[in-house]
Ligand binder design. Structure first.
Ligand SMILES: [Zn+2]
Ligand SMILES: [Zn+2]
Length: 342
């Protein structure tokens, strides 16, 4: 942890909000990697969504009781989001929990859900605590009509048939901790294989990964299974991707879009987002917005439409290009190969 992060962690929520606001107002945030030589001819904007419904919260230390509610909220919001992104012609990379590809599932004779899948040992990390029962104990083993927070084959079909060509990415099958420590390689392989198989049934090839809860690891498995890129917070908010030692493209993560806990106005949110875009334009770097589809309704109705309009205007005036994670990874690899070939 750097000095800044250590100092920040000592502040109350209210003071954290005041500090961030100060950094934005004074132009100290976002930080852009302004010294790097960009291979892009203009700035690039990426949107990705963690499409996870109830699965993300079932072992949450703070929000376990909200898991189902979050899932249902996501179900309500996704059609609204799809309409908005379609209105502005902006594609999203939907990093999707594999179980959501199903429209139903059932218990096996031994009484377990998905008994063919490996289970992790008990663990605790920053966000989750799994210390009792079976890893799949919350799986209702019914169908999307009875338990709509746990299955989303119908919503995935909606994403695929939208007027915008979205990308479906990977967020593991059971939203597990993907670190080397808590996810041995055979376990990671099995999660990815299951996601790949379910996606293939909808003619989807998975190219992009979002690690659940930022639990980075098992890069070898990703590479072996044909995943090409992943989202990662970097030193700078506005930055270039890089090719890691496994040959995967790490794509910077810039800003999570949702209502803040500090009571910021719509105008301030838009000013902040505008600053992010301006930096990406100025230095021809990547600005990557990510969000949870279960986002706050106020943000969805008031801020998101303005954000998308702003991005569409920047794109329309050729200041930026909008790409999915997979498209950006392809482009970056191609440009890097050209530079190396010179
Ligand atoms: Zn299931
Ligand atoms: Zn997640």
């Amino acid at each position: 942890m750097g000095i800044y992060s250590r100092m920040r962690s000592c502040l109350s929520d209210k003071n954290k909000g005041t500090l961030t606001r100060f950094l934005i107002e004074t132009g100290l945030k976002p930080k852009a990697n302004c010294k790097v030589d960009s291979p892009f001819e203009k700035g690039i904007v990426v949107f990705s969504a963690d499409f996870e419904m109830a699965w993300a919260f079932r072992f949450s230390k703070t929000r376990q009781s909200e898991a189902e509610k979050k899932g249902l909220k996501e179900r309500e919001n996704i059609p609204v989001l799809l309409e908005l992104f379609q209105e502005y012609g902006i594609p999203v990379t939907w990093a999707t929990v594999g179980h959501l590809f199903l429209s139903e599932c059932s218990k096996s004779p031994d009484g377990l859900a998905h008994s063919e899948m490996p289970r992790p040992g008990f663990f605790e990390n920053r966000n989750w605590c799994y210390n009792t029962g079976d890893w799949y104990q919350h799986d209702p083993c019914t169908d999307y009509k009875k338990d709509p927070a746990w299955y989303a084959s119908d919503l995935i079909d909606k994403v695929i048939s939208s007027g915008v060509i979205h990308e479906i990415g990977c967020h593991t099958f059971s939203h597990l901790d993907f670190t080397y420590k808590n996810c041995p390689k055979p376990f990671a392989d099995s999660e990815l294989d299951t996601c790949i198989k379910l996606a293939a049934e909808k003619s989807i090839t998975l190219k992009s990964m979002v690690f659940p809860g930022g639990t980075f690891g098992n890069f070898e498995s990703l590479k072996e299974k044909g995943i090409e890129c992943y989202r990662k917070p970097m030193k700078y908010h506005i930055d270039l991707p890089y090719i890691d030692s496994f040959g995967l493209v790490a794509i910077p993560s810039s800003l999570g879009l949702d209502k803040d806990p500090y009571g910021w106005s719509k105008e301030f949110h838009l000013k902040m987002i505008h600053n992010y875009l301006e930096r990406a334009v100025k230095y021809k770097l990547v600005c990557h917005f990510w969000f949870h589809p279960s986002m706050d309704l106020w943000f969805l109705e008031n801020v998101m439409p303005e954000v998308l309009k702003m991005v569409a205007d920047y794109s329309g005036s050729a200041k930026i290009e909008v790409k999915t994670m997979g498209q950006l990874a392809e482009k970056f690899k191609k440009l890097t190969a050209e530079v190396l070939g010179r």
